[in-house]
Write a protein that binds this ligand. Structure first.
Ligand code: PEP
Length: 245
C-alpha cells in the first residue's frame, strides 16, 4: 500500500511573511495518514525546517546542481539542501526544462546527485499541449521516463510527478480518463523496467490541482497524491487538498 503524498511547490514565491502560513498546517500533519512536503524557495528551507520542528512535514528544494560543490555561481548542490534541512528535491520541473534548457539527461544526472546526497527525488515529467494535440503524449512520457530516471531507482528514493505542461498554472486540467491513462502507463513502464521495485513508487499528479478538483483526481487509479503549485501558497487551500487525499 503506497502512502499518499501532498507536495507543495512554492516556486519563486514566499518570504518571512508567508513562512507563517505553514503553522496552520502543522496540526494537520500530526493527525493525518498522508505524507506532506513543502518545497519553498531555497532561502526559506532552513527557517521552515526550524519552524516545523518535529512536525511530520518534509521540506524540499526545487532544484539542485549535478556537482557536489565548485565554481557554479548561483547554484545549489544537493548536499547544501540536506545541510539546510531538506529531505526531498524537485527535479526536472517543466519550468526548469523551459527556462534553463534542462534535458532528460540533465534530470537524470541531477537525480543521481540528489540520491548521492541522501535526498528523495521528485522527478517531473509531462507533455506540452502541442504534443497532446498531436497524439504524442504517451510517446513523450515514455521517452522522459527512460531518459530521466537512473537505473538505480527505488521507491524509497523516488517520487514521480506527472505534470502536463499545459495544465501548470493555467486552471486547465486533463480529464480524469486522461490522467488515468498516463498514470497507468507510467506504472506499466516502471514495472517493465524495474520489476518489483516499481510498485512502491508514488505517482503524483500536478497541474492546477485545487480544493474543488482534488478529490476527483485523487480517486483516479495510480494517483498517489499531488504536486501543487499555486494552491500550496495558501494554507487553507493546501489544507483542503490534503483533506481530500
Ligand atoms: C507546479 O508548479 O508543479 C504546479 C503543478 O503548479 P500549479 O498547481 O499552480 O498548476
Amino acid at each position: 500500500m503506497r502512502r499518499k503524498l501532498a507536495a507543495g511547490n512554492w516556486k519563486m514565491n514566499g518570504g518571512s511573511v508567508e513562512l507563517g502560513e505553514i503553522r496552520t498546517l502543522m496540526g494537520r500533519a500530526a493527525t493525518r495518514q498522508t505524507d506532506m512536503l513543502i518545497c519553498p524557495p531555497a532561502t526559506l528551507i532552513d527557517r521552515m525546517r526550524a519552524l516545523l520542528g518535529d512536525a511530520p512535514m518534509a521540506v524540499g528544494g526545487q532544484d539542485c546542481h549535478t556537482a557536489t560543490s565548485g565554481a557554479h555561481t548561483g547554484d545549489i548542490s544537493a548536499a547544501m539542501l540536506v545541510d539546510a534541512g531538506a529531505s526531498h528535491v524537485i527535479i526536472g520541473h517543466s519550468e526548469r526544462r523551459q527556462d534553463h534548457g534542462e534535458t532528460d539527461a540533465t534530470v537524470r544526472a541531477k537525480t543521481t546527485a540528489a540520491w548521492n546526497a541522501g535526498l528523495i527525488a521528485v522527478i517531473c515529467i509531462g507533455e506540452t499541449l502541442q504534443e497532446r494535440e498531436n497524439g504524442q503524449t504517451l510517446d513523450v512520457i515514455g521517452a522522459q521516463l527512460s531518459g530521466s530516471i537512473p537505473d538505480e531507482m527505488t521507491p524509497a528514493t523516488t517520487v514521480i510527478a506527472y505534470e502536463p505542461v499545459w495544465a501548470i498554472g493555467t486552471g486547465l486540467t486533463p480529464s480524469l480518463e486522461q490522467i488515468a491513462e498516463v498514470h497507468d502507463f507510467i506504472r506499466d513502464q516502471l514495472g517493465a523496467r524495474f520489476a518489483d521495485g516499481a510498485d512502491g513508487v508514488r505517482l503524483l499528479y500536478g497541474g492546477s490541482v485545487k480544493p474543488s478538483n482534488a478529490a476527483d483526481i485523487f480517486a483516479v487509479s495510480n494517483v498517489d497524491g499531488a504536486l501543487v503549485g499555486g494552491a500550496s501558497l495558501k494554507a487553507a487551500d493546501f489544507g483542503a487538498i490534503i483533506d481530500a487525499l
